[in-house]
Structures are given as structure tokens and as C-alpha cells.
Design a protein around this ligand. Structure first.
Ligand SMILES: NC(=O)c1ccc[n+]([C@@H]2O[C@H](COP(=O)([O-])OP(=O)(O)OC[C@H]3O[C@@H](n4cnc5c(N)ncnc54)[C@H](OP(=O)(O)O)[C@@H]3O)[C@@H](O)[C@H]2O)c1
Length: 256
């Protein structure tokens, strides 16, 4: 696919980052800041947002706005997006990155906990994407970049609730990409593997783990190039081809 350099172009510099306190989102925001972008950071923790905003100014952001919101409350999403458009004048790139990794064993025995996990990682994304699509479609340009996960590619006993939410996000963004292609709006689905961030602080790390900076670099490049789907780091594409190819009769016997 031909490279579409949309960041260096003069019109693509207003960036909305939802879940801006995430380590991956912040590392990506730094790359936008280095291009002199104007940033609108959304998160639920004011202290962390203030620290991130100051850091992004040091990295070169032309201006940084913050908006404090609990993203589980989907009734506030329309007003949130309206505020970001008003402050930035227009939004060229929207990145959605927030998330939680609830304990699977604890969550699987409680519908209430399952619903909470699905709300944060799935329904809140669908709410935001519905509103963002309504903004971008008539505008006929821009990028919606969404962090899903390799966990959505196949249900596994160790994290199928989180995986269910991510599968919904991957399928929703796939359909949205199909819808918005004719409006020249790019929808990027990002599928990270293991990334060393606060979300995975309790996990033992090994050779398959990547840093937020590595993943952010690949996200930034994919946005610039108008990509559709990325696995990050890239080798997860091949790992998931193998995982998805294992017949169910064998897969159910594995402890994955
Ligand atoms: N790390 C991995 O291995 C990995 C792998 C695949 C996909 N991902 C995905 O990558 C994205 C970024 O995660 P990360 O790894 O960068 O983890 P992270 O640093 O822990 O970031 C997650 C962020 O989501 C925010 N958040 C959670 N619930 C929220 C809510 N209701 N309202 C507002 N903010 C909320 C958290 O805010 P607080 O700081 O206020 O809690 C936190 O800043 C997530 O979508 C995650 O599912 C991560």
C-alpha cells in the first residue's frame, strides 16, 4: 500500500487521545508532540494527566488540553468529543487506548465483574467510536486509531473476558473501516502482544515482551501510512496465525 504521510501534512496535527494516561498512549503522544501537534488528553486521573501534559509540552506539543472523565460513563462521551473538537477546532487523529485487565479467575464467576470488564474494554469503545464516526464521516478525512489486542483473536481460558471485549473492538473497527473507507477516513486496528506497562506489572517478562516505546513507534508509523490493522511487535501476526490454526479439539486441551 502506498504511504500516506498524514502527520507531516499541514492539516493533520490535532490529536485526541482517549486513555491518555496509558503507557502506550503516552509514548505515542510523545511522537505526535515531537511533530508539534496540538493534543487533547482524556483520562480519569487529573494528577497523571497534568504530569503527562507537562511532559508533552517539553517534547514539543504546540498546545495540550486535558479532560478528566471516567470513560465507563458512556453518557458523557458525546459531550467529551464535542469539547475536544471545540478546543482543537478540528480533530485529525483520534486514538482510543484506555483499558483494564481484570483478574480472569475472579471475573469469570461474577456477571457484575464481567459486565464491568466488558464496559471498560468493549462498550465504552463502541460508544466512543459511534460518536467519532459521526464526526469523521461527513468531514471526509482523518484517522481513528484503536488499541485492541491479540487477546481478541482467539478465546483462551486465561483471559477470555478481556478477549471477548477486544474481539468486539476488532470486529467493530473492521466494520467501521469498511463503512468509512468511502469517506476517506482511515480506521486503524492495533493489536499489541505483550507490552511492559502498568497493566501487566505483575506478569513475569520474557523474550516476547515489548516496551511501550517500541509499540508506540509502530502505532505512529501505521497512522502515518494509513494502515488498516497492525500486530505489534510485528511477529505477533505470525504467532496468532499459529494460535488460530490449532484445531479446537487440541486447543481445548491446552492450558493457554
Ligand atoms: N500491556 C499489554 O500487554 C497490552 C496488550 C494488548 C493490548 N493492550 C491494550 O493497550 C491499551 C493501553 O494499555 P497499557 O498497556 O498502556 O496499560 P496502562 O498503562 O495500564 O493504561 C491503561 C489506562 O487505561 C486507563 N483507564 C482504565 N479504565 C478507565 C476508565 N474507566 N476511564 C478512564 N481511563 C481508564 C487507566 O487509567 P488510570 O491510570 O487512571 O487507572 C490507564 O491509564 C489498552 O487498551 C490495553 O488493553 C495492552
Amino acid at each position: 500500500m502506498e504511504s500516506k504521510d498524514i502527520i507531516k501534512g499541514s492539516t493533520m496535527k490535532n490529536v485526541l487521545i482517549i486513555g491518555a494516561t496509558s503507557a502506550i498512549a503516552h509514548a505515542t503522544a510523545r511522537l505526535f508532540a515531537q511533530q508539534g501537534a496540538r493534543l487533547y488528553l482524556v483520562g480519569r486521573n487529573k494528577e497523571k494527566l497534568d504530569i503527562n501534559a507537562a511532559d508533552l509540552k517539553v517534547f514539543g506539543a504546540a498546545s495540550v488540553f486535558i479532560d478528566i472523565i471516567d470513560l465507563d460513563d458512556t453518557s458523557t462521551h458525546k459531550a467529551l468529543i464535542d469539547r475536544s473538537i471545540e478546543k482543537l477546532s478540528s480533530v485529525d487523529v483520534a486514538l482510543i487506548a484506555h483499558g483494564t485487565l481484570a483478574d480472569q479467575t475472579e471475573t469469570q464467576t461474577s456477571y457484575e465483574k464481567t459486565l464491568a470488564a466488558l464496559t471498560t474494554n468493549g462498550l465504552s469503545y463502541i460508544s466512543l467510536l459511534t460518536r467519532l464516526a459521526n464526526y469523521f464521516e461527513p468531514r471526509q478525512e482523518g484517522t481513528i486509531a484503536v488499541i485492541s489486542s491479540v487477546a481478541g483473536d482467539r478465546g483462551r481460558q486465561s483471559n477470555y473476558i478481556y478477549g471477548t471485549a477486544k474481539a468486539a473492538v476488532s470486529t467493530f473497527t473492521q466494520g467501521l473501516r469498511n463503512r468509512l473507507a468511502k469517506s476517506d477516513v482511515n480506521v486503524l486496528t492495533i493489536k499489541p502482544g505483550f507490552v511492559d506497562t502498568p497493566m501487566t506489572a505483575d506478569f513475569d517478562k520474557g523474550a516476547l515482551w515489548a516496551s511501550p516505546d517500541t509499540v508506540a513507534g509502530e502505532i505512529f508509523k501505521a497512522i502515518n501510512r494509513g494502515k488498516d490493522i497492525i500486530y505489534t511487535p510485528f511477529f505477533w501476526r505470525y504467532i496468532m496465525i499459529i494460535i488460530k490454526a490449532i484445531p479446537e479439539i487440541l486447543f481445548k486441551k491446552l492450558k493457554l
